[in-house]
Ligand binder design. Structure first.
Ligand SMILES: [Zn+2]
Length: 95
């Protein structure tokens, strides 16, 4: 059974122990986006300051990155940064 979506894992078709192929792909994509954004963010802000940032500020930063992404800006990976900010929002909201 997939640890994320609880779907039955067909081990002949899905070659991952804990996740179905779809959840595995989404998880790896999320991890890649976090890695891209964290490499920049840790240099820019330090490793743990994100925990002290308000939910509102994280969401506003995510929105700014999404606006830049939709406008076609390629000065940085705006979608990765938006994903990272939203994950940080969720982490702070849940902890
Ligand atoms: Zn799944």
């Amino acid at each position: 059974m997939c640890n994320i979506c609880s779907r039955f894992i067909d081990h002949d078709e899905d070659h991952y122990e804990d996740y179905c192929i779809d959840c595995y792909m989404l998880l790896e994509t999320a991890k890649r986006a976090l890695a891209v954004a964290r490499r920049v963010g840790v240099r820019r802000y330090g490793p743990s300051t994100w925990k002290d940032v308000s939910l509102r500020e994280h969401v506003e930063h995510a929105q700014a990155h999404l606006i830049n992404f939709r406008a076609g800006s390629i000065d940085e990976d705006h979608l990765a940064h938006a994903i990272c900010r939203l994950v940080m929002t969720e982490a702070n909201r849940c902890n």
